[in-house]
Design a protein around this ligand. Structure first.
Ligand SMILES: *[C@@H]1O[C@H](CO)[C@@H](O)[C@H](O)[C@H]1NC(C)=O
Ligand SMILES: *[C@@H]1O[C@H](CO)[C@@H](O)[C@H](O)[C@H]1NC(C)=O
Ligand SMILES: *[C@@H]1O[C@H](CO)[C@@H](O)[C@H](O)[C@H]1NC(C)=O
Ligand SMILES: *[C@@H]1O[C@H](CO)[C@@H](O)[C@H](O)[C@H]1NC(C)=O
Ligand SMILES: *[C@@H]1O[C@H](CO)[C@@H](O)[C@H](O)[C@H]1NC(C)=O
Ligand SMILES: *[C@@H]1O[C@H](CO)[C@@H](O)[C@H](O)[C@H]1NC(C)=O
Ligand SMILES: *[C@@H]1O[C@H](CO)[C@@H](O)[C@H](O)[C@H]1NC(C)=O
Ligand SMILES: *[C@@H]1O[C@H](CO)[C@@H](O)[C@H](O)[C@H]1NC(C)=O
Length: 451
């Protein structure tokens, strides 16, 4: 479908959507997100747990997998669930996000970081001298099934004549570089791949697999909505403002994507934020200091509205990456205070480990937004990578990356400038992409996406 048809289809369904939106909004997701979520989850657990356990017992096949389908969530709130134990049985489900890291020194990583020509110096740990390479030897093993094997050719076939677009902050760029490296090594000849950067065109990085006319792109929008951090290069500002109601400036570049992968977390981790009404340049713009997660919820509301009215769910598949954890406080895993991820060479093995840098309140806000969107007819797949990444305190670049103008003092105390936020590549984001791949390649996903 082309753009014009999309627009028309949008208009045709617009009245219908407005109706549905009224119903959805009357459920008050955004004024009482947490209460609703808890209630819903509580009943849901009771309704679903029993039949699910029976099904798991009967049909569990450790070698097949299927992403957990949470469509039922929306339905249970409106009517009774389908009666259990009636044919046809649901396919076996597996939570790909629940598992453990197993040491595996036999398999190779999907690419070599020093050989990927699109590698970024921020993530190139081996190139910048990291000697302990044990962090490359861990494989993510879901508890009840296996991750599908990544096949770059199969992904490119799927992306033929399509556009996959990552939108978000530097963690999302971390993941974009990872995917590009995973894919580009399968295209040996330079003439069949291209890379371009166009900052004026909305901070785009574009990788193209020419023989497939497939593009894998990245768009910098760390808060999804407008903020004074929107410059892809110069965004380290002392005073941060966010315009939670304004998204069009960014979003107009997202319309035509076939697959959208969003994230936005890191820049919201403040107790409160300066929310601006009016434009950045106008002297009469007013701002208000608002406690989180409210600004985040308002931004997600703007984002949701945009998606509902501009995205054709028949064409575009939408993902949202859950928050990426940081490892700033080594006392959380039993080291002395003042240390961080610097010098760490092993994952954390304590099941369910959760650092205090991963704010549950923000996670609940995005979960509520996605639930609400589902009710409004837009399916967003939440890739819940937080827990699996929490375990990997050993996988950050620390000092093994390009450091811009380090001071004497910094060099003397590497802990002070160690990066415990981003991830070495190859590394953890490769697993995020394997999960993304699993969902993109799952044929039944398209069916579930309609609605
Ligand atoms: C999506 O596809 C369904 C079924 O083919 C159709 O009824 C619906 O109008 C389509 N929606 C849009 C926005 O194109
Ligand atoms: C792989 O790890 C096992 C167990 O730690 C070890 O015995 C073996 O020597 C290692 N193999 C290689 C090739 O490093
Ligand atoms: C990556 O390639 C370089 C150059 O061939 C090689 O020296 C290095 O050992 C490789 N790294 C890994 C982790 O295999
Ligand atoms: C990868 O996918 C391609 C295209 O679907 C297929 O031809 C090829 O056999 C697959 N490779 C492996 C190793 O499975
Ligand atoms: C190439 O891909 C773009 C989407 O990225 C699409 O709009 C265009 O129609 C494709 N070209 C051909 C010749 O199919
Ligand atoms: C960047 O995008 C702008 C806006 O579309 C376009 O005019 C310009 O030619 C592009 N620059 C490059 C180097 O592609
Ligand atoms: C890091 O590890 C090295 C080698 O084990 C050790 O010499 C150094 O003191 C450690 N640094 C810190 C800050 O723990
Ligand atoms: C995501 O994972 C976390 C930790 O395992 C869990 O608390 C949360 O409920 C999950 N969210 C969803 C929507 O599955």
């Amino acid at each position: 479908m082309n753009r014009v048809q999309n627009r028309r289809a949008d208009r045709e369904t617009i009245n219908h959507r407005k109706e549905r939106r009224k119903i959805c909004m009357s459920r008050k997701f955004f004024t009482e997100p947490s209460t609703w979520g808890i209630k819903c989850n509580f009943y849901l657990t009771i309704i679903i747990l029993l039949p699910t356990l029976i099904f798991i017992a009967l049909y569990m096949n450790p070698h097949s997998w299927r992403p957990m389908d949470d469509v039922t969530k929306c339905k249970t709130s409106e009517g009774p669930p389908p009666p259990p134990l009636q044919p046809p049985p649901p396919p076996p489900q597996c939570n790909l996000f629940s598992g453990k890291w197993v040491f595996d020194n036999k398999s190779q990583t999907l690419y070599n970081g020093t050989k990927c020509i699109y590698m970024s110096d921020e993530f190139a740990c081996e190139k910048f001298g990291r000697k302990d390479l044990k962090y490359l030897k861990w494989r993510w093993q879901p508890h009840h099934c296996d991750l599908p094997r990544f096949n770059a050719t199969a992904l490119l076939e799927r992306l033929r004549n399509k556009r996959l677009l990552f939108v978000g902050d530097s963690l999302n760029r971390n993941q974009w570089v990872s995917l590009v490296c995973m894919v580009e090594s399968s295209i040996p000849h330079w003439s069949l791949k291209s890379f371009s950067q166009n900052v004026s065109y909305g901070s785009f990085l574009t990788f193209k697999a020419i023989a497939y006319n497939a593009s894998i792109e990245y768009y910098w929008a760390p808060m999804l909505v407008e903020s004074n951090s929107d410059d892809p290069v110069n965004h380290r500002l002392p005073d941060r403002f966010v315009r939670v109601k304004a998204i069009e400036k960014h979003a107009r570049f997202w319309n035509d994507a076939d697959i959208l992968v969003f994230n936005s977390y890191l820049w919201w981790r403040w107790p409160e934020m300066k929310v601006l009404w009016g434009s950045f340049d106008s002297p009469d713009g007013i701002y208000k200091i608002i406690k989180n997660p409210h600004p985040y919820e308002m931004a997600l509301q703007t984002w949701s509205d945009w998606l509902e009215f501009h995205i054709n769910p028949n064409k575009t598949t939408i993902f949202f990456m859950s928050m990426s954890p940081t490892h700033q406080w080594a006392e959380e895993w039993g080291k002395s205070e003042g240390q961080n991820c610097y010098n760490e060479t092993e994952p954390i093995f304590k099941e369910g480990f959760w650092g205090r840098g991963s704010y549950i309140s923000l996670m609940r806000a995005i979960e509520a937004a996605i639930d609400n969107l589902k009710c409004r007819g837009v399916n967003v797949r939440f890739l819940n990578i937080t827990q699996l990444s929490e375990y990997r305190k050993d996988a950050h670049p620390t000092v093994y990356k390009k450091i811009w103008n380090p001071t004497e003092e910094q060099l003397a105390r590497p802990i002070r400038y160690a990066d415990c936020t981003h991830w070495c590549l190859p590394g953890v984001p490769d697993v995020w992409n394997q999960l993304l791949y699993a969902y993109i390649l799952d044929k039944s996903y398209d069916q579930r996406n309609i609605g």
